[in-house]
Design a protein around this ligand. Structure first.
Ligand code: UD1
Length: 339
């Protein structure tokens, strides 16, 4: 049985990836510092897969703890690195927190991978590296634009660090550039658990439908798009999780030609904010209070993925659509709220 370390494995995308890995026959070790999630997620994972993953509560910013972890777990076949801070607005307020957490942790992990001859590394990147695209759909050859937030900058810098390390060591790495992950596991045993007021669209929608928020603010309906609202590529988190399994498998089987490669992970389909609102209403039968307000500073108008590279080289394609994702997000919200 191949053994994979998942950092941030109790987080939103991490937990779904742990389930996908266990379902594909991998043994999983999770590191999480529980800074943005709950230990209950471990139970949710175990209930789904009937296999408790190994869990170590650990903060990757503490270099000596990272070293001790790798002393104990020295037979890993691969690492999938999710653990990072991810709130764009917070990163503007607290840049040093973001650079410390997202960059130091990566460096310490890579140092230990080198020391223990662990050469297969998957990194959690983001389509935010493309900024406002020059053309759509966007492929992996598109230029990297100046980051508009410290969060986005940490994703760019991390990709560069990994690429540089690959050049001079045995490390082989894949960076997956996610578009907009949404939805939850079909069992409603794991899903997204935003702390405080959600900044992302779908959790705000489900909390509004659940009566926790009064109404959704649609940030701008005067953009140059068919209905005036921004367009994104919303990918079901379970599809996204499965992309990680394909990626780590490719590295473990030594099927990759490049030492470092990047892949877009999206559906290839763009949907506007208002389309998401209407799809949610249609699929759940819930009326969603929403109002159009000013644009949110920093939002790009439209971004969706060219997924050809992931389709062809990873043998992966999104299998679930927006409605599946919204239905699962709503089932999860109802479960969390006891509705
Ligand atoms: C951005 C980044 C993404 C990053 C994520 C982390 C881009 C293209 N994407 O996603 O890489 O991982 O932040 O948070 O930079 N919206 C509303 N009302 C709301 C919330 C959102 O209208 O209450 C709209 C936004 O204006 C946007 C869309 O919904 O058009 C999606 O927003 P959000 O879920 O925050 O994700 P991004 O900003 O696309």
């Amino acid at each position: 049985m191949k053994k994979v370390l998942v950092t941030g494995g109790l987080g939103y995308i991490g937990s779904h990836t742990v389930v996908a890995l266990q379902n594909a026959g991998y043994e999983v070790v999770i590191i999480d510092n529980l800074s943005n999630t709950s230990i209950d997620v471990l139970e949710g994972i175990t209930e789904i897969t009937k296999t408790p993953p190994v869990f170590e509560r650990l903060d990757l910013r503490i270099k000596s703890d990272v070293a001790a972890f790798f002393q104990k777990h020295n037979t890993l076949d691969g690492v999938i690195h999710f653990a990072a801070s991810k709130a764009v607005g917070e990163s503007v307020e607290k840049p040093l927190l973001y650079y410390e957490n997202n960059i130091n942790s990566l460096v310490y992990l890579l140092q230990e991978c080198k020391a223990h001859n662990i050469s297969n590394f998957i990194f959690s990147s983001s389509c935010t590296v493309y900024g406002e695209p020059d053309s759509l759909p966007i492929n992996e050859e598109a230029p990297i634009k100046d980051a508009t937030s410290p969060y986005g900058n940490t994703k760019q810098i991390s990709e560069e660090i990994i690429r540089d390390v690959c050049h001079v060591s045995a490390l082989k790495a894949i960076a997956l550039r996610y578009f907009n992950p949404v939805g939850a596991h079909k069992t409603a045993l794991i899903g997204e658990l935003p702390v405080g007021v959600p900044q992302n669209l779908v959790p705000f929608i489900t909390q509004t439908a659940a009566g926790i928020r009064k109404e959704l603010s649609v940030f701008g309906a005067d953009y140059n798009t068919p209905d005036g609202s921004c367009i994104r590529d919303y990918i079901h988190v379970v599809d996204l999780a499965e992309a990680h399994v394909k990626a780590v498998e490719k590295l473990i089987r030594a099927e990759n030609t490049a030492k470092f490669s990047v892949f877009n992970v999206g559906t290839g389909q763009g949907n506007s904010v208002l389309e998401v609102v209407h799809a949610f209403e249609e699929v759940t039968g819930e009326k969603l209070n929403h109002t159009i307000v000013d644009r949110r500073p920093g939002d790009v108008v439209a971004v969706y993925a060219d997924t050809k590279k992931a389709n062809e080289e990873l043998g992966w394609k999104a299998a679930r659509d927006l409605k599946d994702a919204l239905a699962s997000a709503w089932a999860w919200e109802k479960k969390v709220r006891g509705l």
